[in-house]
Design a protein around this ligand. Structure first.
Ligand SMILES: Nc1nc2c(c(=O)[nH]1)N[C@H]1C(S)=C(S)[C@@H](COP(=O)(O)O)O[C@H]1N2
Ligand SMILES: [Mo]
Length: 308
């Protein structure tokens, strides 16, 4: 198996679906735009350029929806695609509580009301040393948090994924301590790059990608980008995070992408690009996954190997 290709601590597939997928057809810019022609239906005020003004070639929707980590639906890369149709997403509500002026349980539609859904084409780098490029549709987390009114003593946001044991085989098997939880420092949460995604390629986000709404933090390892969110709590204490609880030595709270700080079991200096096929070339991993100029100042003076 490929070294560094697993964060599963009980079991993992040696060869996954994506490993045997033939190289994806090259999608040019025009085709990508044509493919997003229907975006008006979900209120996209779309731009083709991404926030950082980079030209990235997104992975295909097939790749993005067939090679996933969503342990509630199993630990294999193709398990979420096979099992996540069971996720119940109707009448989705998100509780926002803790240090906010307007705590409560919000209907997703009310939270999104009045916000412009943008397209953000971001690099996505899993801690297991594979990567994709994903054309998300979503809103800045800051816009949602501002609706709730963040109080001045809040320092972190804690996030929680839905738990539906009847629908989630990984929850029934107890492959992790559920609910899946994550957290960001408040400045990270308020950073303009931090997205709450509701779509990919202009379509509602697939269940296996975290329907109906998930976090996307493109400069951090993928496990920070928690799926199917039902609670956000503003707090003044650093929140627990699922992978840190599971293995604190290997997975820190910050988990910023950093080619110079190795995982205890593998290097993070390079990554395998999904879609390249079994013999895909690796590419160098970029500091903060290529978003250094947008985010590095948040960590000024911080020892990034100590606060990994
Ligand atoms: N609730 C929940 N969120 C999760 C995960 C998970 O298992 N459960 N896996 C994380 C990991 S390790 C990664 S790499 C990304 C994968 O997102 P994708 O399947 O959309 O590529 O989701 C993250 N969010
Ligand atoms: Mo990951």
């Amino acid at each position: 198996m490929m070294i560094g290709d697993t964060m599963a601590y009980r079991w993992t597939n040696d060869l996954t679906h994506a490993d045997v997928t033939p190289k994806a057809a090259f999608l040019n810019r025009r085709q990508i735009l044509a493919g997003t022609a229907g975006l008006g239906a979900i209120g996209l005020v779309g731009t083709s350029a991404n926030a950082a003004g980079e030209e990235l070639t997104p992975n295909t929707l097939e790749e993005i929806t067939s090679y996933n980590n969503y342990y509630e639906f199993g630990t294999g890369k193709s398990d979420p695609a096979n099992n996540a149709h069971q996720l119940e997403t109707a009448d989705w509500k998100i509780t926002i509580d803790g240090m906010v002026d307007n705590p409560g349980e919000y209907a997703l539609a009310d939270l999104m009301d009045g916000l412009d859904i943008e397209e953000r084409i971001y690099r996505f780098r899993c801690v297991e040393a594979w990567s994709m490029v994903v054309p998300w549709n979503g809103v800045e987390l800051a816009d949602i948090l501002n609706k709730a009114g963040v109080q001045s003593d809040a320092k972190y946001v804690a996030f929680e994924t839905v738990v539906q044991p009847d629908n989630m085989i990984g929850v029934r098997r107890g492959v992790l301590d559920f609910p899946y939880v994550e957290g960001l420092r408040l400045d990270e949460a308020m950073n303009p790059l931090t997205l709450m995604a509701t779509g990919i390629y202009g379509e509602p986000i697939a269940n296996q990608n975290g329907a109906p709404i998930r976090l996307v933090v493109p400069w951090k390892y993928g496990f920070k980008s928690i799926k199917s969110i039902v609670r956000m709590t503003l707090t003044d204490e650093e929140p627990d995070t699922s992978w840190n609880k599971t293995n604190a030595r290997e997975y820190g709270f910050y988990s910023n992408v950093n080619p110079e700080v190795s995982h205890p079991r593998w290097s993070q200096a390079s990554e395998r690009v999904i879609g390249g096929g079994l013999f895909a070339a690796r590419q160098d991993t970029l500091m903060f996954n290529g978003y250094e100029k947008d985010v590095a100042s948040m960590y000024d003076g911080m020892d990034l190997s100590e606060k990994f």
